[in-house]
Design a protein around this ligand. Structure first.
Ligand code: PLP
Length: 252
């Protein structure tokens, strides 16, 4: 595991952010893409309110959180700050749909029709919509969340009935491997799926966005077409908690 420099002050956050942004720019240049085509989503799980405020002072306004409870608590604690937006990027149980509808601007881990139906019902009741990404399992690991590639077309075809869901794109986690070719293959799989889907998509549904790439692999993801990169540790510093807390790993 790499060591990431922990940021606590606004100046430290600005420095880490500048470094990530310049790596994003370099990856875009290599891929012949514009930096404006890639959105950086800072992932703030485990980060406390004091450090959140330093990150905000460094200019960050949108945050990704894996767990809805933690995200909800932070959005309440930071309610005095104007213009923050919250993206829930982790697996969601149906009984937490109401919480997401209460504060989130985006949900990136849609992977079942039951959840789509429940979210939509809550959204209709609240009179609002929600940007969503469909999570795809591109690593073929039994242990990971997300729909198998083969099930995505049928799943997307069923989504237009849920008018509160604004389907923006696809999201994936690559295989956790030091083998860059294996990681890249996951990103290629998501992009190729998106390109195939485009020909035959319900008109209410878009898959233009590709959310892929984290601290360890966001440059590869950008080279393969990511439009959203979800970066935590490279901005906030190494996390004290193991990743198995956020997605099931083999043997856990
Ligand atoms: C934590 C998390 C990330 C960011 O991972 P880092 O290693 O901190 O960059 C990205 N996506 C999801 C779903 C996460 O839970």
């Amino acid at each position: 595991m790499s060591d990431y420099r922990t940021a606590a002050t606004a100046a430290e956050f600005a420095a880490n952010l500048a470094q990530v942004n310049s790596r994003i720019a370099a990856a875009c240049t290599r891929a012949g893409r514009e930096v404006s085509q890639v959105r950086l989503l800072p992932v703030s799980k485990t980060v406390d309110e004091t450090r959140m405020r330093a990150a905000i002072a460094a200019g960050m306004r949108s945050f990704g959180e894996n767990k809805v409870q933690e995200a909800k608590a932070k959005s309440a604690a930071l309610a005095d700050v104007d213009g923050l937006s919250w993206s829930v990027i982790g697996h969601l149980q149906t009984n937490k749909a109401r919480d997401v509808v209460a504060f989130a601007d985006e949900f990136q881990a849609l992977d079942s029709l039951r959840l789509a139906e429940t979210l939509d019902r809550r959204l209709q009741a609240a009179g609002r919509g929600l940007d969503v990404f469909v999570q795809v399992n591109t690593s073929a690991e039994q242990s990971k969340y997300g729909l198998p590639v083969a099930e995505v077309p049928g799943f997307l075809a069923a989504l237009p009935q849920f008018t509160g869901l604004r389907v923006r794109g696809l999201m994936t986690l690559a295989v956790f491997s030091p083998d860059a070719a294996a990681v890249r293959a996951c990103f290629v799989r998501l992009r190729e799926l998106r390109d195939r889907l485009r020909d035959d998509l319900p008109e209410q549904v878009s898959v233009d966005e590709l959310s892929m790439g984290m601290s360890g692999d966001f440059e590869l993801a950008i080279e393969e077409g990511a439009t959203v990169v979800r970066v935590g540790q490279a901005i906030f510093g190494s996390r004290p908690t193991p990743d198995s807390l956020y997605w099931p790993a083999d043997g856990v």
